[in-house]
Design a protein around this ligand. Structure first.
Ligand code: ATP
Ligand code: MG
Length: 298
């Protein structure tokens, strides 16, 4: 009986682990789509702006001016200098040329914006590719600061739309270490998403919305902290949030459990701290350097 029960428990645990991986994948995939959507919206607006026929109109008037001047080419000098109509046509031409130049500059600006939005979309896609999850654990050399940067980059569309300011305080002398990069990425993405959701959970929030991301080395640990000024959580509820199915918003509530599973399986610790509702929260992740493989290549 005990054996059966243990086997059953093991199977459930296994199932939970694979669900975690699936959830993480779906999560990043939907976030990537969301961010791409956010990047496409301004492109549409820019396209509408460049598609107006203002250039065509300016050109049309310039042609009219040209025709007018040509019809007077026998006494052009008198026409543009002395004739009332001729003087007007001449100065009107100058105006048209100026607005042509302005329009040209404006369009170049818009094209530049479209170009950078497209570049951003391809960045999101290639990031997604390099972090696409594999079932196998692949340890590779990770530089935590770049990973934190990438995680923010992946969600920047969502964060910017909600006018959340991301502050970074990175330790410059962070050792590199070996870990499953894509899974650590999932963890960071999940935690940033939690901060974003905690901020958005505050109704009638008029204060500045801030997420602070820090990296650090402390004694034999390396890690990061994510602090938000969101809704926070009652201290007595904190232990529960690492359990499956504990979600404020009624979703799977899988994020933190996944994070804990990954961090602890790499010999690390993860904690959530908050002084209660309305006081924001900080989640800290520590990895014990002695339990991670280092990268000695420099
Ligand atoms: N930064 C935070 N501030 C306040 N509460 C938080 C924060 N992070 C997590 N929590 C609380 O912990 C709960 C569990 O988080 P978890 O990430 O496991 O699930 P979820 O975010 O609700 O759902 P999912 O991650 O599956 O989309 C949240 O519902 C929320 O109540
Ligand atoms: Mg979550």
């Amino acid at each position: 009986m005990v054996e059966d029960r243990t086997k059953e428990l093991k199977e459930t645990q296994q199932e939970l682990v694979s669900k975690a991986i699936e959830a993480g994948m779906a999560h990043v995939a939907s976030m990537v789509l969301h961010n791409i959507g956010n990047a496409i919206t301004p492109i549409n607006t820019y396209m509408e702006k460049v598609q107006t026929n203002e250039l065509g109109k300016i050109l049309h008037y310039l042609e009219k001016c040209y025709d007018d001047l040509q019809s007077r080419d026998d006494d052009l000098d008198y026409y543009i200098k002395e004739d009332v109509r001729g003087k007007q046509v001449f100065s009107y031409m100058a105006d048209l040329i100026r607005s042509l130049a302005d329009k040209n500059e404006e369009q170049l600006e818009i094209f530049k914006k479209i170009e950078s939005a497209i570049f951003y979309i391809s960045e999101i896609l290639s990031l997604q590719q390099s972090y696409s999850l594999t079932e196998r654990e692949i340890r590779e050399v990770v530089y935590l600061n770049s990973l934190l940067e990438d995680a923010v980059e992946m969600q920047i569309g969502t964060l910017e739309t909600s006018m959340i300011i991301v502050k970074k305080q990175f330790e410059d002398n962070l050792p590199k270490f070996m870990i499953d990069k894509s899974k650590l990425m999932q963890v960071i993405v999940n935690l940033i998403k939690n901060s974003y959701e905690a901020i958005e959970a505050q109704k009638n929030n008029t204060k500045e919305k801030v997420v602070l991301i820090e990296s650090f080395v402390e004694n034999d640990s390396v890690g990061f902290k994510i602090t938000d000024n969101g809704i926070g959580i009652e201290p007595e509820k904190i232990d529960k949030v690492f359990e499956f199915g504990k979600s404020r918003k009624g979703s799977t509530g899988f994020g933190l459990q996944y994070c804990k599973m990954f961090v602890e399986s790499n010999g690390g610790t993860i904690t959530l701290k908050s002084n209660g509702i309305g006081s924001g929260a900080t989640v800290s992740v520590y990895f014990d350097m002695s339990r991670l493989r280092h990268d000695d290549s420099g």
